[in-house]
Design a protein around this ligand. Structure first.
Ligand SMILES: Nc1nc2c(c(=O)[nH]1)N(C=O)[C@@H](CNc1ccc(C(=O)N[C@@H](CCC(=O)O)C(=O)O)cc1)CN2
Ligand SMILES: Nc1ncnc2c1ncn2[C@@H]1O[C@H](COP(=O)(O)OP(=O)(O)OP(=O)(O)O)[C@@H](O)[C@H]1O
Length: 199
């Protein structure tokens, strides 16, 4: 797997990581709470039978409140398991504790065939919560460089929602020469300030 990418992506990735890690904890907590509120209050969330989530680590936007609310509402919640070749398998979880450290130290669900979900066969009402170091105004993202979400989004039929704090947005990855042909945008970007509000 290519964990490098272009020179511009590598520079921006390092800067975005350092920038994210120095955001103060109070700002992150408040922003993450507002982001979660916007998502669970949205019509898209209400209509979604399933949520393809991520298990946040370090200073990523916290998804625990969204996952708990989805589970309580009886929705299917799935988390990714990284496979060779930049691919992810998705497994249904029954609780936030149904994980163990996996690829890159990120908690993953067990490799259990009975919980495996075919993400490409899901209905268009399903949501995917997409992590990133940065999102731009067109919905393009910069991740950790594994290409996992580019490959996933290329075949995902539902609504992909990027979760990012307002201070971590930039105008255009293309203008910074940090876009490649295989980069896939999300359908919506939600910050503490905008995105997916109730009408
Ligand atoms: N919470 C969360 N889960 C996620 C992602 C994510 O961004 N956030 N992913 C989104 O794709 C996938 C995991 N992607 C990953 C990509 C690279 C590395 C990693 O270990 N990168 C090293 C660089 C190589 C190295 O120095 O070892 C690193 O970050 O230090 C980890 C996970 C699936 N699950
Ligand atoms: N659809 C694809 N098909 C084949 N290779 C791909 C595809 N998407 C990405 N790649 C490969 O993955 C590598 C990493 O891509 P990129 O730098 O965009 O990762 P990222 O989006 O930051 O990471 P992640 O999605 O894991 O958070 C690329 O250099 C490319 O070689």
């Amino acid at each position: 797997m290519d964990l490098n990418g272009t020179y511009e992506k590598r520079l921006l990735r390092a800067a975005a990581r350092a920038y994210r890690d120095q955001l103060d904890a109070a700002y992150r907590t408040d922003a993450d709470r507002a982001i979660a509120s916007r998502i669970v209050a949205s019509a898209a969330f209400a209509e979604a039978p399933a949520v393809m989530a991520y298990y946040a680590v370090g200073t990523e936007v916290d998804t625990r409140a969204i996952i708990s609310t989805a589970l309580e509402a009886g929705k299917t919640v799935a988390l990714p398991r990284c496979r060779r070749g930049g691919l992810m398998d998705w497994h249904r979880i029954a609780a936030l504790t149904d994980v163990a450290p996996g690829y890159g130290g990120i908690p993953e669900p067990a490799d259990d065939p009975s919980t495996l979900i075919d993400a490409a066969a899901l209905p268009p009402t399903v949501l995917a919560l997409v992590p990133g170091l940065l999102f731009d105004d067109a919905g393009f993202r910069l991740g950790y460089g594994g290409g996992f979400y580019d490959r996933f989004l290329a075949a995902f039929p539902g609504h992909a929602i990027g979760l990012i704090r307002a201070r971590q947005r930039i105008e255009s990855l293309a203008d910074r020469r940090a876009l490649e042909p295989f980069d896939r945008p999300v359908s919506y970007v939600v910050t503490e300030e905008d995105g997916l509000t109730i009408p």
